[in-house]
Ligand binder design. Structure first.
Ligand code: PCA
Length: 125
């Protein structure tokens, strides 16, 4: 079956609290999106949003995942309830040729802290 490339920037990254959802999948590269996107922090996870005027993009990892894994990721990210939507996103060089998708945060971000280009998961308290 056909695999998909997913750009992860939050809890799915290596060492992250949801990284186990990528077990058995293939790491492709550390990468950055093109400018025009940033991260906000609505809860104990980040959300990628469009940000006009952003110059840095968002830092993350590209993974090659199976269709079954992708379906589980969609469920985890609440695509069925409008929390995130999986969208194609452009990466900066040297990964600009990769056709990847990522999870765009859909809820209102008014008053939600902006955290810039790189999210690091807080360790256990
Ligand atoms: N999980 C997804 C989206 C945000 C999150 O915490 C990810 O790691 O890309």
């Amino acid at each position: 079956m056909k695999s998909s490339l997913v750009f992860v920037y939050g809890t799915l990254k290596r060492g992250g609290s949801n990284h186990r959802f990528l077990s058995g999948q293939q790491f492709v590269a550390a990468a950055r999106t093109v400018p025009g996107y940033t991260l906000c922090q609505p809860a104990d996870y980040p959300g990628l949003i469009e940000e006009a005027g952003d110059t840095e993009g968002v830092v993350g990892e590209v993974w090659s995942v199976s269709p079954i894994c992708l379906a589980k990721l969609d469920q985890l990210e609440g695509t069925h309830m409008g929390l995130y939507r999986r969208i194609p996103i452009a990466l900066a060089d040297p990964h600009a040729e990769l056709n990847v998708e990522t999870y765009l945060y859909l809820r209102s971000v008014s008053g939600v802290p902006r955290i810039g280009s790189n999210w690091t998961e807080p360790g256990p308290a």
